[in-house]
Structure formats: C-alpha cells, structure tokens
Design a protein around this ligand. Structure first.
Ligand code: ZN
Length: 329
C-alpha cells in the first residue's frame, strides 16, 4: 500500500479525510491514527510524510522516486523521525534528544515530521514535550501518532490531535489473497484474523515460532481439559519460555482467545465461525464438554483482561499465572 489509490481500497473513510486536507493544503499539526495491527497505520504515516517532502508531487500522490521519497521509505530522511518505545515507554529524554538534533543538525528545511509508534506508551512528560514543540509557531511540525490501544492515549494528546480511525480490513478479501499466495485454507483463516498485513501473514506462515505457539495453545487446552492441575506447570515449563517478549505474549494470547472462541462456537453449533481449530479436531468436543457456556465466556474475558494487563506493563509471568488459574476453574 504505497499510494492513496491503494490505501483508499482498504481505508476509504480515513484516506478521504486525509486526502481532503491535503487538497485544501490544510494538513493537520498532529494526527492520531488508531487501528489494529495491519490496518495500514505506518503506510499512511509514510504517505503523509512523503506528501510533505516529495520534490515531484503529482496532485496528492508522491512520486516515490525522488531522493526524499526514497529516504522516507528507508527511514533515512533527516527531517522525518521515528520514535518508538525505549523499553516499555517513550520517555521525555528520547523526545528531548531528538529535538536537540533538530536544532543543531544540518537542517534541510524548517519542516519536521515525527512518526510516533505505540503512542499509547508516551509518558506524560514526553507527551507534554511533544505538544509544546508542536505549538511553537515558528516551526512547521507534523506529528503522526500511531496506536493500537486508543484507550490508553493521554487525553491532552487526544484533544490536540485529529483522530483518524482505521477500520479492520475485510477478512474475506484478505483470506483470498493469502490462499492465492499458496497458504492452506485453515491457516489462511487464522492468519487473516490475526493480521491484515500480507507480508506479516506470509512471514508468520513460515515461522517455526508461530507453528510452535499454535501447538502449545492446543496442548494447554488439552491439559486444562484432562488434568487442569498440571496447567500451571505447563505454562512455566513450555509456554512462558516460548513467549519471549511482549509481542510474542500478545500474539500468544490472541491465539488462545481464538481457540476458546472456537470452543464456544462448537458448543452453540456455529462451525462456520471456526478460526483456530480444524473442525474435525477431537479436542473441540472434549473442551466443549468440559466447560459450560458461562465458563467459556468468563475465560474469554479473562484472556482479554490479560491482554490489557500486558499493555499496562504487569509482569508477564504473573499475567499468565493468573490467567491459568482462571482457566482451571
Ligand atoms: Zn517524491
């Protein structure tokens, strides 16, 4: 997704809002692009930056070939800065260091663009620093903040940004793309639920890590339905060691959530909705017999809560321990 006409296909409303402001030459000082993984946040941020810097802009579309476009693509443009969490949050010092660079380095223009990933991890001090910078009238600064977790954005940031909602992509359309790329149908359904990014889905389909994570979730459910008391041991010996960082942990919880959703669908006879399990898998029946509908809904809630706790930086081992206890009931 490198041009507006490509992005329009997947994010019609968001693209229209932004392209209209470009046409009227009223690009906002600060955008907050909120949407799930793979909904095109980064692609959109890159495109906005290119519109601001391209040397051969064709209407609203950047040329993709000039040195500015190319340097933005390779994250090498001196006036386009990417900020991501250093550890678990984006700290004031990171922002200050960057602003110092802006002041002293060989500036190419007075225009600056910040692209801030995981903007929900900005500390209050860091966000105040950014907001102050945005408000200096002598500068042409644009901040593009990206988040999957819009609820955690500090209100002062939200109120100063133009908020753009990115919608989940049409999973059917995406699934077809995956199958066309040689991915087996059941796996394509699972991948299209986890991401809307074709490259990412293709990578995951070949990753040892991903296949192993799926297997571990099946084993965990197997244990919970046969000998729940061993669940605790299993997460310590197998699951937690496999989920090495927050990304892994979140992906793991997503897989578990989808697996339990399938069990609920099995119970209510809605097999068309299966995402995680092959419909012939005997574990589905076993698990559907083990848990009541109410218990399954409690488990789904517990998994969602575990996801929230990870976002709030609760110690992952603790999150998985608590979740396992809740699933043992
Ligand atoms: Zn260009």
């Amino acid at each position: 997704m490198k041009t507006w006409s490509e992005i329009v296909e997947v994010q019609p409303l968001a693209s229209r809002i932004i392209t209209n402001s470009i046409k009227k030459d009223r690009i906002s000082h600060a955008y907050l692009l909120q949407g799930d993984r793979g909904t095109g946040k980064e692609e959109m941020a890159i495109l906005i930056a290119k519109v601001l810097f391209c040397e051969k802009l064709n209407g609203i579309d950047p040329c993709q070939e000039c040195s500015n476009c190319k340097r933005i693509d390779s994250h090498n443009h001196p006036d386009v800065h990417w900020i991501e969490p250093d550890g678990k949050s984006i700290k004031k010092e990171q922002v200050e260091k960057l602003q110092k660079e802006f002041t002293y380095s060989g500036l190419e223009s007075n225009r600056k663009v910040y692209i801030i990933k995981d903007a929900d991890t900005l500390t209050v001090n860091a966000s105040n620093r950014i907001l102050k910078f945005l408000e200096e009238p002598s500068r042409q600064t644009t901040a593009i903040m990206l988040t999957e977790n819009s609820q955690s954005i500090i209100p002062t940031i939200r109120s100063r940004c133009q908020v753009i909602d990115l919608k989940p992509l049409n999973p059917l359309f995406f699934k077809k793309q995956l199958v066309d790329n040689g991915i087996e149908a059941q796996l394509a359904v699972l991948l299209s639920t986890l991401t809307n990014n074709l490259q990412e889905a293709m990578d995951w389909s070949q990753e040892e890590w991903f296949a192993e994570a799926r297997k571990l979730m099946v084993q965990l459910i197997e244990i919970l339905t046969t000998s729940p008391i061993d669940g605790y041991l299993f997460i310590h010996s197998h699951l937690i060691p496999h989920l090495k960082d927050r990304n892994d942990q979140e992906k793991g919880l997503d897989l578990l959530l989808l697996a339990f959703k399938d069990i609920l669908y099995y119970q209510i006879g809605n097999e068309k909705k299966f995402v995680f399990f092959d419909p012939t898998n005997a574990l589905l029946e076993k698990a559907a017999m083990t848990y009541s509908g109410e218990q399954l809904i409690d488990i789904l809630n517990a998994i969602l809560q575990a996801k929230r706790k990870l976002k709030q930086n609760v110690q992952p081992t603790l999150v998985f321990e608590q979740l396992t206890l809740q699933m043992q009931r």
